[in-house]
Design a protein around this ligand. Structure first.
Ligand code: FAD
Length: 379
């Protein structure tokens, strides 16, 4: 697929900005677990914190293809920041755009899309990840307010976010999708507690937190959509979110491939450059081919999305294939670097750890297979 001039321009402008404000710092952020606040501010100034939101609500209103191209460029520079930006731009903001009232858009969507505030998405709970319908957080209505109690797990930007989309049961019948309602929760609300910052394998500049809601009271007007519509709201955004995750995986894999090609032309063994050994050039060829296939799946799904066509199956295919291929590509890249690939002095070790989670969050690989299988039978 050939990209239009407009898409190439967006790609180039994100690349230039990422090379300036992200790439030089990525290794330090990861080693010292620094949240990349200044870089997020620079991305906000350039309009990359409200990419999918119309201008009237403070966004830059690019299409989904431009969005995934931007995420690829960010992930090439640093996987962790691509997670923060992806969550913020898709699953944290799109529910308000699609289901929010005018008041909710003015109050919450506009500052989010301008990048003045950061968004989070609270669906997963300690006992319910893939099986999200079994969430146990409760929201009980008292007059013109809701009171929330419960625990959310693995919340990206849980500590730094200003606004969270929270999913809770609004009746006593747990485990039933039609009883879940979505809410917009400002994180400064009394009763919003960050109970734990998780220690994880990679993406150290992006935190995940456990959040406890303890008698957290919000106005009933912060309810998003209708009562019982929460599960639908959560799923409607995961589709676009998944394209963002595929883009992240592709960005990290592309960086690993670039580093491998470079190293294969610098390092000599047995009197030859690495790329002159057929085993290495074949490995590079396989890596490049899988990466290209992943990109085409992603671009195809994004184009369907932009054409307002269903892309449930295609988004899952893109996420499944891209994230699994990316991990393989990063593993091969480390192999090409030999012992140096295992050292923290070189970025590949970080990229390999960073890419691992892409086949887990926003629906594991097997959940994507479930969705694809279901769609095959449905059509
Ligand atoms: C770094 C990170 C960031 C995250 N960010 C967020 C966030 O911002 N917001 C949020 O809400 N969540 C977030 N998550 C949670 C993430 O989406 C879940 O971890 C993921 O959906 C898997 O859920 P689980 O961990 O409970 O695994 P489980 O659902 O317990 O699954 C365990 C294993 O069983 C398999 N499995 C489960 N059910 C089936 C089935 N029916 N058929 C076949 N296999 C099955 C899974 O594929 C997996 O291999 C994040 C997670 C991580 C690690």
């Amino acid at each position: 697929m050939l990209l239009t001039e407009e898409h190439l321009l967006i790609q180039e402008s994100v690349r230039t900005l990422a090379d300036k404000v992200i790439r030089p710092y990525a290794q330090t952020w990861a080693q010292e677990k620094i949240f990349p606040k200044a870089a997020l501010e620079a991305l906000a100034s350039a309009g990359f914190m409200g990419m999918l939101v119309p201008e009237e609500w403070g966004g830059s209103n690019v299409d989904c293809l431009a969005y995934v191209l931007a995420i690829i460029e960010l992930a090439k520079a640093d996987g962790a920041i691509s997670t923060i930006v992806s969550v913020h731009n898709s699953i944290a903001m799109l529910p308000i755009l699609k289901f929010g009232t005018t008041m909710q858009k003015e109050l919450f969507l506009t500052p989010l899309a301008r990048g003045q505030q950061l968004g989070a998405f609270c669906l997963t709970e300690p006992q319910a990840g893939s099986d999200a319908a079994h969430l146990e957080t409760k929201a009980v209505q008292h007059g013109d307010a809701y009171v929330l109690n419960g625990v959310k797990q693995f919340v990206t930007s849980g500590q730094h976010a200003d606004i969270a989309i929270v999913f809770a049961q609004t009746t006593a019948h747990q485990g039933e999708k039609q009883n879940i309602t979505a809410f917009i929760v400002p994180t400064h609300t009394p009763g919003f507690h960050v109970s734990k910052i998780e220690q994880k394998m990679g993406q150290q500049a992006s935190e995940i937190a456990q959040i406890v809601f303890e008698d957290l009271r919000i106005p009933a007007s912060y309810q998003l959509g209708h009562p019982g519509e929460g599960y639908k709201i959560a799923l409607s955004n995961l589709e676009c979110g998944r394209l963002g995750i595929a883009a992240q995986a592709i960005g990290m894999a592309e960086e690993a491939l670039r580093l491998s090609i470079q190293y294969a032309q610098e390092r000599k063994t047995f009197g030859k450059f690495l790329f002159e050994h057929q085993a290495i050039s074949f490995k590079l060829a396989d890596m490049a081919t899988e990466l290209e296939a992943a990109k085409q799946l992603l671009y195809h799904a994004a184009q369907l999305h932009d054409a307002n066509q269903s892309c449930i199956k295609e988004a899952s295919m893109a996420k499944l294939f891209a994230t699994e291929a990316a991990e393989k590509i990063c593993r091969h890249a480390i192999q090409i670097y030999g012992g140096y690939g295992y050292l923290q002095d070189f970025p590949l070790e970080r990229i390999y750890r960073d890419v691992r989670v892409t086949s887990i969050y926003e629906g594991t690989s097997d959940i994507q297979r479930l969705i694809i299988g279901r769609e095959l039978i449905r059509h």
